[in-house]
Ligand binder design. Structure first.
Ligand SMILES: [Zn+2]
Length: 181
């Protein structure tokens, strides 16, 4: 009788444990489903871009944000049909950010940061291209800086585009100026 009782309690505990385990999974699915629906309806910034911007904000809390940006304005949409500032038509993901080129009193920092982003893209991937001060770096020419021929020379901000397969990757960027380990 005693053994049976223990067994019964044990079984009930197991059932309870299982149900406790199952509830969060169901809610997680629902959450993901709702999140997906939201994403298809409104623009959202790539998780990698969010992480990058967060590291910039953490390292330079008093930085100028005048030329910051992510999602394209309607005017920009019509001007640059292929810009990474335009939301992905299927998911709504925006894969580019602009960081104002005034991070601190030291005016050399943006130049150094752009170069560290270039080296990160070269060695770790995650980045499609970086534009700053009339130059662009991407896998074309093996991540060497080359002249940027676009309309804006990007002197007021650093433009960083992130790869599509990084949309949901919020891992830290190992970039020295962004205190990445
Ligand atoms: Zn841009």
């Amino acid at each position: 009788m005693k053994i049976l009782l223990i067994f019964s309690i044990q079984t009930q505990l197991n059932v309870m444990k299982m149900s406790i385990f199952l509830i969060p999974i169901k809610m997680e699915n629902l959450y993901l489903h709702q999140k997906y629906l939201c994403q298809t309806m409104k623009p959202w910034l790539s998780k990698s871009a969010q992480q990058f911007r967060k590291q910039v904000d953490d390292c330079y809390p008093d930085r100028d944000r005048k030329s910051d940006g992510w999602v394209a304005s309607l005017a920009h949409l019509s001007r640059a049909a292929k810009s990474d500032h335009n939301p992905d038509v299927k998911t709504g993901c925006v894969r580019a950010i602009d960081i104002t080129a005034r991070l601190s009193d030291d005016k050399r920092i943006p130049e150094y940061l752009a170069d560290q982003v270039r080296l990160y893209g070269k060695s770790k991937g995650r980045i499609s291209y970086v534009i700053f001060n009339g130059r662009i770096a991407s896998p074309v020419l093996g991540w060497r800086w080359r002249k940027y021929k676009g309309a804006s020379k990007h002197t007021h901000h650093i433009h960083i585009s992130f790869k599509k397969d990084q949309d949901n990757n919020s891992a830290e960027f190992e970039i020295p100026l962004l205190k990445g380990n």
